[in-house]
Design a protein around this ligand. Sequence first.
Ligand code: PGA
Length: 217
Amino acid sequence: MKYFIANWKANKNLDEANQWADTFIKQPSITEKALVVVAPPFPLIFPVKTKLAQQPAIRLSAQDISLYDNGSYTGEVTAGSLKGLVDYVIIGHNERKQYFNENSDLLFKKTGQAIKNGLRPIFCVRNEQDAIPPGVDIVAYEPVAAVGTGDNESVENVLKMKTKLKLPAGCIFIYGGSVDENNVTAYLRSDQIDGLLVGKASLDPDGFYRIIKQALL
Ligand code: PGA
């Protein structure tokens, strides 16, 4: 079974999110060979979840969470408020590190918040320098040079990095960085790669389904 995580990043409005979900839900059912996780921006999680409810094999994820508990933190989205809405949360994406100065200390706290509230962190690392917090059992390797550039990392290099990362025993290992329908098969062929985090190529529902379909064949 392979994971396919659609990271929409800061894209789409309500109409566009509804259209995505309406189109995606028309695709043939996703079998047990794929576990699909959709990560829309916060305000679009609920509408997308509602539309995708007929396909129980599809899960929702947040793209980030607050390091705080529920309380007087105007503007924050806490893990507590996401309970019942999402099963997963992406933590430590390299864009958070680049544009919001997220550091290891903060990411350890956010991971703790996720776990405490029953959300499963999808923890992103750029290389072996990024420490993995306790309790993480899904790690996404996202080399900076490959994310959003069209320059995907070779399977060989991904597997080399896998040996360097100090992954917890039994950890699910995901690759992300310019995965698309033309290069996905190579990753899927490797039994060392448990799934893919797809950014740009997940924004089109038909294209995203074509990526998933290659695992269903
Ligand atoms: P990309 O994004 O597929 O657009 O490179 C991947 C990611 O950020 O996880």
